[in-house]
Design a protein around this ligand. Structure first.
Ligand code: ADP
Ligand code: ZN
Length: 851
């Protein structure tokens, strides 16, 4: 009887999973998680075995052609994660599976040739004879190894012929990771001298091996500390293979330095104040948090993810490090996700220092080959820790014990191109499926994350303004839906707080400057008198300043410079935005309301109605005008398009080769620059008035993170926050570093308006180079959906739109969107015809922005 399997083929455009038969010859070889080669239509393609099945869905199924590698390319837990993600993100399984396989895997596949029967008497060509001789001498070899013996000779045809004649056996394999000689730098004894001494007599088969390895070990016993491998070679005559063998036996450790350029490396001790220092005693708050985490690691009964909420410098990273130590001690591995490696060098360096030789980095500068090597080493279990941006989550570690998402509020964890997914949500799901512990860490967790870490998981009152009966139906529907039920189970978290900084006395004071007063006082520039004054004294003391500018939403919203009044939509209170395409008009991106630009302010009658627009070039120019001697440096999208530019700019600034750093979003990430004593937020309001329910939250997070950059050393520091809207809740909370207060108010707001976490959203986007075609298609779909949703079944799902997206044109394509909102709006898409309607649409479940 043959066995049947379901296989996801590695063609992202193809959705679904296909049935295949496993031929007798591959029985026992084609297991779950294996990379296989299968016929697909007229092609042969790669695929991954997902499961065994009793009966195929069709009477005639094709057979698996070959198993590529004896070791699975995906673990059971990864397969479960892929299925869960495909469902929750509404993506095809194949596109999700492609996240797990290193790019270019198909090019990596090689073939091993092996002699099957000793040299047969039949006639052979010269190439055949050479090939057989080679395999006889060397044993099984991979194609690429054989290549080196047959320069410019096509030996593969002859090999194929010999395989068909049964003289050779061939098997596809994934080649091993290259020995990364160039990275291995130092070796150190890993055991006590006694243990090393006892091992001395049994180190190799031949006497010369024994001698070399013995000398090596004795040398390392003598020097105790880690020494450069070239000394070891010189001292003992050993080679890399010997060192690796000794490492394999657990006698020594080899440390490698990753190809990771640390921008702060040469800055010296001041930046490095704490990095290398051993933290002897945790604070009581840290101890409490760590105990909770360790008890989760040790007892599988309490496996809720943790939300570790603590300001920068409160000791979160120290907790990640200790939790990682704990899981490594238990023979497991850890994944540490950070927003971007280049922007979080201090965190990365601490992991490299704490777990030398055991950390793999996944970052955007790895070549395909390097990425493959890291993937290989993770799969083999030789990496204990993988650190990287969101894609690091998909490293095939065999036994995951811990997943950390640091700065879990950061939007870079969301992949905003298909397949859309949120790496933080995925971490929570993955941890549960793999039986690992998950820690999300942030000073400013998102409203949704924070909400799921509160005690009561369900809203107390009806979010959508429904009556009791409807509300019950809604909750009932939520809980019955498998997807949402799953999500609720995953999303509940346990909150751990670290409210205090370890070293500094507190967070820097924030001075709010009302820019309307500046105008009245005749100060027309972009800097207030206070900011100019503080800049002057900071520069005078030879210290550094950061000027922060929110990049998103410049030149967009309309406000009165006299009273600060922002023009809003009469229907939905959304700030109106200026469009200049054909004629000047103000538009509501929520409901489509449109009007012209008024001559005077509806609130105060003032005549200074302006759109707000400001770029970092302009800020730089004004700094130079006011302080001609100050050395300025710009860190924004324009200046970082070049490779390595983040590092260059950071290094430059950290080495004090510039006095004022003018930057955008990047500044908010985990930098610790001790010379920075002044942070100026040029205009805090930017980004607040975007037509997006998540706008306030994003601005609050940014302002809070940026404000936390000042005063991270004994020198202290201050923050100047300029605004036209000082009464605004977001500004007020940020000025007080009041994360909890902001959370309370914003959550109320979300509840009132029926936005997440009190409803779920699905965003449908259509792009077209012709604006009319884009609009027509959007209206057509909205009409059909509107009709569908009048039926009783979908009463609780509403359609918002169609409207042009806020960023109305991207890469020459016009964008229109429709939002579905409800308890489980994704369920609508499972309806038969809807799938077909959405063929050319981008479908996003739980979007993090509606712009
Ligand atoms: P966060 O990750 O929250 O920004 P860190 O873990 O980086 O905080 O801690 C801030 C600094 O304090 C680091 O330099 C760290 O080495 C140090 N540190 C953390 N915990 C302690 C402790 N219990 N005692 C002394 N120093 C500590
Ligand atoms: Zn409106």
């Amino acid at each position: 009887m043959s066995t049947f399997v379901q296989i996801v083929v590695n063609i992202p455009a193809v959705s679904g999973i296909f049935d295949y038969a496993v031929p007798e010859s591959l029985a026992g070889k084609a297991g779950v998680g294996h990379l296989v080669i299968v016929p697909f239509g007229k092609q042969t393609v790669q695929g991954v075995v997902f499961r065994f099945i009793d009966q195929p869905s069709l009477p005639e199924v094709k057979e698996v052609i070959e198993v590529v590698d004896p070791v699975p390319v995906m673990t059971q837990a990864q397969i479960a994660l892929a299925e869960s993600l495909a469902e929750s993100t509404l993506s095809s399984l194949a596109s999700i599976v492609s996240l797990f396989l290193p790019a270019g895997l198909n090019q990596q596949v090689d073939t091993v040739y092996e002699l099957r029967i000793p040299d047969s008497a039949s006639q052979k060509s010269t190439i055949e004879s050479r090939l057989l001789k080679l395999l006889q001498e060397r044993g099984p070899l991979r194609g690429r190894q054989i290549d080196t013996h047959f320069r410019k000779v096509d030996w593969r045809k002859s090999a194929g012929y010999l395989v068909r004649r049964g003289v050779l056996a061939s098997q596809s394999v994934l080649p091993p990771a290259r020995v990364r000689t160039k990275y291995i730098k130092t070796a150190q004894l890993a055991v006590s001298p006694d243990v090393a001494e006892a091992a001395l007599n049994d180190l190799g088969k031949t006497e010369s091996t024994q001698t070399r390895r013995g000398k090596t070990l004795q040398f390392l016993v003598r020097v105790k500390e880690a020494v450069n491998v070239s000394w070891v070679y010189a001292e003992s005559g050993c080679n890399l293979a010997d060192l690796q063998e000794l490492e394999e036996r657990g006698l020594i450790r080899l440390f490698e330095s990753e190809i990771f350029r640390d921008p702060l490396e040469r800055v010296g001790r001041e930046v490095d104040r704490y990095t290398g220092k051993q933290v002897d005693q945790l604070t009581p708050e840290q101890s409490f948090a760590l105990e909770e985490i360790i008890s989760a690691i040790t007892s599988p009964a309490t496996r809720l993810p943790f939300l570790l909420q603590g300001v920068t410098g409160s000791g979160k990273t120290e907790i990640y490090l200790r939790a990682t130590e704990e899981v490594i001690r238990r023979g497991k591995q850890a994944i540490i996700l950070v927003p971007e490696i280049a922007l979080t060098p201090q965190t990365v360096r601490r992991f490299l220092a704490r777990f030398p030789g055991q950390v793999g980095l996944v970052h955007s500068k790895l070549s395909e080959g390097e990425r493959y090597d890291t993937w290989r080493r993770a799969r083999a279990g030789s990496l204990k820790v993988v650190i990287g941006a969101r894609s690091a989550l998909f490293s095939p570690l065999p036994n995951i014990g811990l997943i950390v998402a640091d700065e879990c509020h950061d939007s870079s964890f969301y992949q905003s191109e298909p397949p859309f997914y949120h790496a933080v949500t995925a971490s929570q799901i993955y941890a549960r499926l793999a039986g690992a512990v998950c820690i999300l860490g942030s000073a400013t967790p998102s409203i949704i994350q924070r909400y799921h870490a509160e005690r009561s998981p369900l809203p107390a009152s009806s979010p959508l303004g429904l009556d009791k009966a409807d509300e019950h139906r809604l909750l009932d529907q939520q809980l019955r839906s498998a997807r949402v039920g799953e999500e609720l189970g995953v999303r509940n978290m346990k909150r751990l707080d670290l409210p205090h900084r370890i070293f500094e006395s507190g967070l820097p004071p924030v001075h709010v400057v009302d820019m309307r007063d500046e105008l009245k006082a005749g100060q027309r520039g972009i800097f207030s008198r206070l900011l100019l004054h503080e800049l002057e004294s900071t520069l005078g003391r030879g210290e550094q300043a950061i000027l922060f500018l929110n990049r998103r939403g410049t030149a967009t919203y309309i406000f009165c410079r006299d009273c600060g009044h922002v023009l809003r939509c009469p229907n939905c209170d959304t700030p109106l935005t200026l469009h200049l395409e054909d004629k000047e008009r103000l538009l509501c991106h929520q409901c489509g309301y449109e009007r012209g630009k008024p001559k005077s302010c509806p609130a105060c009658g003032g005549r200074q109605i302006r759109e707000y627009g400001l770029g970092s070039e302009r800020v730089e120019a004004e700094v130079s005008a006011a302080f001609p001697k100050a050395r300025t440096l710009r860190w924004d999208w324009d200046t970082t398009r070049q490779k390595d530019s983040h590092e260059m700019i950071l290094t430059h600034f950290a080495n004090h080769r510039a006095d004022v750093l003018i930057g955008t979003q990047m500044l908010a990430k985990g930098l610790d620059l001790p010379l920075v004593t002044l942070v100026g937020i040029v205009l805090a309001d930017v980004g607040l008035y975007l037509p997006d329910p998540f706008a306030s939250e994003r601005v609050f997070q940014l302002l809070t993170q940026v404000a936390g950059r000042a005063g991270r050393s004994e020198r202290g520091g201050k923050v100047i926050l300029q605004t036209f809207d000082p009464a605004n809740q977001v500004i007020q909370s940020a000025a007080r570093h009041d994360v909890n207060g902001f959370y309370q108010v914003e959550l109320e707001q979300r509840k009132r308006l029926g936005y997440p976490p009190f409803a779920r959203l699905v965003r449908l986007e259509f792009r077209h180079q012709d604006p009319v075609a884009a609009e027509q298609e959007a209206r057509k779909l909205a009409g059909k959906l509107g009709e569908l949703l009048t039926t009783d079944r979908w009463k609780l799902v509403t359609v918002i739109g169609p409207v042009p997206c806020f960023f109305a044109k991207i890469a020459g394509l016009y964008r229109w969107q429709i939002i579905l909102r409800g308890a489980d709006p994704a369920a609508v898409l499972e309806d038969g015809p809807v799938q077909a309607w959405l063929k050319d649409w981008r479908v996003e479940a739980n979007p993090i922005s509606l712009l």
